[in-house]
Design a protein around this ligand. Structure first.
Ligand code: ZN
Length: 126
């Protein structure tokens, strides 16, 4: 159990904490306070986690060897460890719901742009 930033008790499940985000925080079992892993490092970890497999795949093809894939796999195993090591950040239900709304708007805008790009391409524009 990880220590809760609200009450200081070890009330956060390791599994739930590692999956928690700003818009989907985990609740403390002792005080019901909400928290999630701090984000600065999480962004870095996510970028590395999404770029690394591509680099490994290109490296494996280029070097005609499986070693880049083994190394990338080993580094990806460090991801959950990194998340668990992050300090828990406090949040509230209102703040996490507001963040979730912003996240949904971001996803909607992204899908809209993809659809517009697809329509433009099929019409031969751009
Ligand atoms: Zn607590």
């Amino acid at each position: 159990m990880k220590r809760c930033p609200h009450c200081g008790e070890p009330g956060l499940s390791w599994l739930h904490f590692s999956l928690a985000t700003r818009h989907g925080p985990t609740a403390c079992r002792v005080c019901r306070g909400l928290s999630y892993p701090g984000e600065a490092l999480l962004v870095v970890a996510s970028v590395v986690g999404s770029v690394l497999p591509i680099i490994a795949l290109v490296g494996a093809i280029y070097m005609n060897s499986l070693w880049p894939l083994y190394i990338a796999g080993g580094l990806l195993l460090l991801y959950p460890v990194t998340v668990l090591a992050l300090p828990a950040k406090k949040t509230t239900r209102e703040a996490s719901q507001a963040s979730y709304r912003r996240w949904k708007i971001g996803v909607a805008v992204f899908i809209l742009l993809v659809v517009i790009a697809g329509v433009c391409q099929s019409l031969g524009v751009g």
